[in-house]
Design a protein around this ligand. Structure first.
Ligand SMILES: [Zn+2]
Length: 559
């Protein structure tokens, strides 16, 4: 064979081979694309192949990549394809459990709660726990919490445990108190309180650490099939809301095992960045017994976060404040993890490559966490630790600049700022609320990196609703009013980046996700409206059309 003929033959083979391999894209999305990549911010189409973005393209260019096996999705008029959402702080198992938990988030009174528990108990075998969530006495006409005496009217045959909306107070009936052996003789544990009536008997309300014993019994030995069902239900919910990465703010070892198995077998479509419980020395030791897992199943699961709760929540007056609560002058809240534990955890995290993520709500807790991180960093300066403070709800002005200085990411929940808006000034007093309550803009202005989450199931898992809360500071549902500190509003770009690009950064994934550009993982959400331009009202109506994870259509709305 002459050299020319063999060259031609090789060329022919090469073309044939290329054609066989490249029979078009896996998925093509036609319509307006917002990439969040400043170099190519908009496009007419996205071309996806092998789980990654092949290119952003013109309509014409994208059509040329449509082969026989290519799936084609269309962005609706007025809508947009954009990077998949990152839920930066949520509770995966609890989210899934809401499917089989009594939802009390719209309960209007104690009587209403009692009625719903009575109705639910009719369908549950005697002796089984009835667990509810979401009541908020601040929304009741008569703002009192449901007591054991109230709940005994609903049922005496089932132990009842009803979590307040913030998860920091628990209303129980007498059967639950008996099951947990809580009586007038039960002392308060550190970081918790068993509320007692004038006669010394427990009222049924348990705060923070005092809830643990009931939670442990109610949750005891969850059947493996229930756990798997809960996790799968949570993933389904995520995909319906366009969430492609979920930061699980407190994963138990049992949950992690199940989750890893589901991820490994391809049954769990949502990426998870897991934060392991590390609030006590025992939990910290268990969490760090093995090294962090940076990336499992090609970016599906990372296990590198340590979750510590430094204090309680503001609603139940468990948040640790520097000066007493305005509506409970004797109390400055509860420290759940003291400074020495935080320091130990921060040192360990820096030495072993863990990402420290500390729940801190009150200004005292935020200051203490920053102190611990500052001290640990002084001993071992690690440049790219990406430690996070979860919530950062009440931050002293003198601490705002320390986030940037120490490289601590503020993981905040704009929807909390609007949900808590009506009552937070009562806890803090108007002046303190105005000075340091629910920062967002002021954190950015002080140079901090932020990332946005919903704390689901405390709040609905809706990044769109969270964006609306962030840009308006009005209650997105139009019930609670507003604006709640309008000066803390984020602009459109910041709010959208907060649930995408900045979320990717806060999970160490900014090189692979968070913007749409060639070579990045193809995590995409198609929405009915463009969050960079649509009015808040039309955004609240906008639905997720499709959710794509690693190039696969994981959710598609049926018309
Ligand atoms: Zn949380």
């Amino acid at each position: 064979m002459s050299p020319v003929r063999s060259f031609v033959a090789l060329l022919f083979l090469g073309v044939a081979f290329a054609q066989r391999v490249d029979d078009g894209a896996d998925l093509v999305i036609l319509g307006k694309v917002v990439s969040l990549d400043p170099k190519v911010p908009v496009a007419e189409a996205v071309v996806i192949r092998a789980g990654q973005i092949e290119r952003l393209s013109s309509l014409e260019g994208a059509r040329a990549r449509i082969g026989a096996r290519t799936r084609v999705l269309h962005v609706p008029k007025g809508g947009v394809a954009m990077p998949g959402f990152v839920e930066s702080h949520g509770h995966l198992r609890a989210l899934g459990k809401t499917e089989r938990t009594l939802d009390l988030s719209d309960a209007t009174s104690v009587d209403d709660v009692v009625k719903r528990v009575a109705a639910a108990s009719a369908a549950v075998p005697e002796g089984r726990w009835i667990v509810g969530r979401g009541w908020n006495h601040e929304r009741f006409a008569d703002p009192v919490m449901p007591t054991a005496a109230d709940l005994d009217r609903a049922t005496s045959k089932h132990p009842v445990a009803l979590y307040r909306t913030d998860g920091h107070a628990l209303a129980t009936n007498s059967a639950a108190l008996a099951a947990a052996r809580i009586s007038d003789k039960t002392p308060n544990v550190a970081g918790g309180e068993v509320l007692k009536a004038a006669d010394g008997r427990p009222t049924g309300i348990l705060v923070d650490r005092a809830m643990d014993v009931v939670t442990a019994i109610a949750d005891a030995d969850p059947a493996p099939e229930l756990l798997v069902a809960d996790l799968k239900a949570a993933a389904k919910r995520c995909l319906e809301h366009g969430v492609t990465t979920f930061v699980d703010a407190g994963t138990t070892p049992t949950e992690l095992l199940r989750l890893a198995a589901l991820v490994d077998s391809g049954e769990f479509a949502v990426r998870v960045h897991a934060l392991l419980h590390a609030s006590t020395p025992d939990e910290l030791a268990a969490a760090t017994a093995r090294p962090p897992i940076l990336d499992l199943s090609n970016g599906r699961l990372s296990v590198r976060g340590l979750k510590i709760s430094a204090d309680g929540a503001l609603g139940s007056r468990g948040a640790a404040l520097n000066t007493p609560y305005d509506d409970r002058p004797g109390s400055t809240g509860l420290i759940l993890a003291p400074l020495p534990h935080l320091l130990t955890a921060a040192r360990k995290a820096l030495a072993e490559g863990w990402q420290l993520c500390v729940h801190a709500i009150g200004d005292r807790a935020n200051g203490m966490v920053l102190d611990a991180i500052e001290a640990a960093l002084a001993e071992r300066p690690v440049a790219d630790h990406r430690f996070r403070i979860e919530h950062a709800q009440v931050v002293s002005p003198k601490d705002l600049g320390r986030f940037a200085k120490l490289g601590v990411i503020a993981s905040i929940q704009p929807c909390h700022a609007t949900s808590d808006g009506p009552w937070a000034p009562k806890r803090l007093g108007a002046a303190r609320y105005a000075e340091m309550g629910y920062p967002a803009r002021s954190l950015l202005d002080a140079g901090a990196r932020i990332t946005l989450g919903t704390d689901t199931p405390v709040e609905p898992l809706s990044p769109i609703r969270n964006i609306v809360a962030a840009i308006t500071r009005w209650d997105p549902d139009g019930v609670l009013g507003g604006p709640f500190k309008a000066e803390e509003r984020l602009n459109r770009f910041e709010a959208v980046a907060g649930v995408t690009t900045w979320g990717a950064y806060a999970t160490f994934a900014e090189k692979r996700r968070g913007v749409l550009k060639p070579g990045m993982d193809a995590d995409v959400v198609i929405l009915e409206a463009d969050p960079l331009t649509a009015t808040p009202a039309s955004l609240m109506r906008a639905k997720v059309v499709a959710t794509i994870v690693a190039g696969k259509v994981a959710f598609e709305r049926t018309p």
